[in-house]
Design a protein around this ligand. Sequence first.
Ligand SMILES: C[S@@+](CC[C@H](N)C(=O)[O-])C[C@H]1O[C@@H](n2cnc3c(N)ncnc32)[C@H](O)[C@@H]1O
Length: 262
Amino acid sequence: MRHASWNMTGRADEPGGPHAKLRNEFDAWAEAGRGEAMEKGHLPTARQALERVPFDAARPETFLDLGCGNGYIVRLAAERLHPAGTAIGLDVSPRMLAEAERATERFITALERTKGRAPSVRFVEGAFEDLPLEPASVDHCYSNEAIYYSPDIDRALAEILRILKPGGTFHCSLDFFEENTYSHDWQDKVGLPMMMDNADGWVTRFRAAGFVDVSSDRLLDPTEVPPIPDEADEEARTRHGMLAAWKREVGTLLVVGRKPTP
Ligand SMILES: C[S@@+](CC[C@H](N)C(=O)[O-])C[C@H]1O[C@@H](n2cnc3c(N)ncnc32)[C@H](O)[C@@H]1O
């Protein structure tokens, strides 16, 4: 098991610290249009993960998406919530949040036109390790392709438990994990520390944090993998094989836990 570390000497939110580095990196991704590209790439499995969130449309619940990027998961959740419910997207990157707000304004107008009333949606700048939310205020928390960037995952998990209501759920999906060999060079490509672990390691971490009913599963992406060009070299062929194996056989790792009820 490889565990990348931020080698922190101070607080994550210090100037020049991990949160500033994450903000700079993901602001640049937003500028380059990668918020929308991630939505397209992640949607097939994120949608499956969201289907497992036990929304109760008869009650006004609160949903939180951690590392919301351009906000597409928040919008999907808003469609599933009671009209008096609340959907919150949290991200460390102000530019991702600006993109999320722009897209959501249009979405809410359309939802109000078709359904008469839409849940309340808001986007919050913040960090997983210090959530700007009240204790026991969230029914369902979700996070896709984000938690492994955390400079302190155990603290992030403790924060998620703090803000969940007793019995509340956390669904966490990841493509960067040990069993997915295609993901093994992503940390070098991104240039930020990313926590690599396997499915059992994530389950153990959730249990150690205090989650109960912890389980893991894999979500396959039915999207067609583009064919490899005839002129591709040996290395490109190997990468293509790993990509196809990830989408068809390995899948996205989904880890689920619940906050215990007293
Ligand atoms: C790879 S993107 C995934 C975005 C989106 N969830 C999706 O499915 O496309 C990771 C997002 O998590 C955010 N992020 C990473 N680490 C964070 C942290 N410690 N606190 C808050 N946001 C963080 C980034 O700013 C970025 O928008």
